[in-house]
Design a binder for this molecule. Sequence first.
Ligand code: NAD
Length: 478
Amino acid sequence: MSTYPELKLYIGGSWRTTAADLPVINPSTEEEIGRLPVAQISDLDDALQAADEGFAVWSQTSPKHRADLVREASALMRERQDDIAHSITLEHGKPFEQARLEVIRGCEFFEWDAGEATRTYGRVIPSGPGVKYAVHHQPIGPVAAFSPWNFPMSQPARKIAGAVASGCSIILKAAEETPAGAMHIAQAFHDAGLPPGVLNLVFGIPADISSHLIPSSSVNLVAFTGSTAVGRHLTGIASNNMTPVLMELGGHAPVIVCEDTDVEAAALSSAVRKMRNAGQVCTSPTRFFVHESVFDQFLDVFTKRCAETVVGDGFEAGVEMGPVSNERRISAMVSMVADATDVGAELMTGGNRIDRTGYFYEPTVLANVPDNARVMQEEPFGPLAIVNPVDSLDSAIEQANSVPYGLAAYGFTNRADYVDRMVDMVEVGNLSINTLEASLPETPFGGVKSSGYGREGGAEGLHHYTVVKNVSHSVNIV
Ligand code: NAD
């Protein structure tokens, strides 16, 4: 099995180290596994210049060639999936098999956007003789992108796929906690023959990097996935230059469990999904609103299955859930649980840091949580679920919509009238009925309200990476 790669920046088609570095920690063992090179201002300036040069070449490359190259890089990542997954489990802690599936998911994002690269259709507007109006979608320019630590390979993949498929260049700052996933992607594109400067990868101090890159006149789009607070801050910086943004921010996903559903099946699949990635997913099902007539049954099955989750180092056989990524997540959950129980919530299972080395936290279920508990409004971003009874679909929808977020929501029902009402009334970008899947390469993903702006994936995915140009052509001078 491979070792953790030596971490380097990738700028203008070559790898480099820097004078300053920071430790990268394995969250299962709390041991240092690598040193993160910290980009200096001169590195960022080199990346900006490289991105300008890369854009000049890549935007003039045919969509077919771009698509072929993205597919070739993706094929290399599929070949290397075990090595990439190994790095991910080391730096993130998730079970190895889930890391491997994440790599496949990332490859599917690349392959979908490669196909879309050849379908950025414009249109011809009907006109009189001697005059033609044509709408073109052209690559927007160099992109400054920021990806988070919860999916070390598939999160950078989303941004790189959109930019490179569209004919843009990109400077990606991958997460400092989980840098190797993005490095493997850069290596695959390098090996596939991507021209220098089209993809540039930097690491370092997030605020230093974003405050230098975003105001640059070279940057034509800012793409970010992370918390709403940081997204708002970066959008503010971008607004000074009227630079467009693509923001995929936090969520606090509601799950509406109706009285007509198969309660046991809904509870079991919800428990498994909740604990996936230790709950560190922006679409993680978290606020369960269960019809009072099936509440006790749902809570019982859900709590038991959550409590049975096998927690451990992602390399151990049979482990279903790894550690959370860092101490910040542990403190956030400890304080949310204390606050909820103080105001009267019932702790059904979990609620504690696990007494072993590593950032392990118990799968946790809170029931009958009062509206004034902080966790009813704040995203726990960890293995913590809330289960509350409701007396009708309308009160469930009211609760679902009662947070500033609007990313994903789920419903369990077989009644067409219930589905119809959820489709009309639930305020989210992604609604899933009888499935807890919210994001696929072929479907558009993104939020409403404070969950962000724009969509990744689907036929909409490349829109943000292109600009519309209307061309009016008259045969005679008029
Ligand atoms: P955080 O707000 O400190 O950081 C979130 C991400 O933003 C990190 O990747 C970080 O590197 C980056 N970041 C922070 N400040 C930045 C800056 N000034 N410029 C550029 N990038 C910056 O939060 P955290 O403790 O790392 O993560 C917890 C919160 O982040 C969660 O509550 C969740 O809302 C959010 N999050 C969301 C996603 C998602 O998929 N939407 C993923 C990871 C984290």
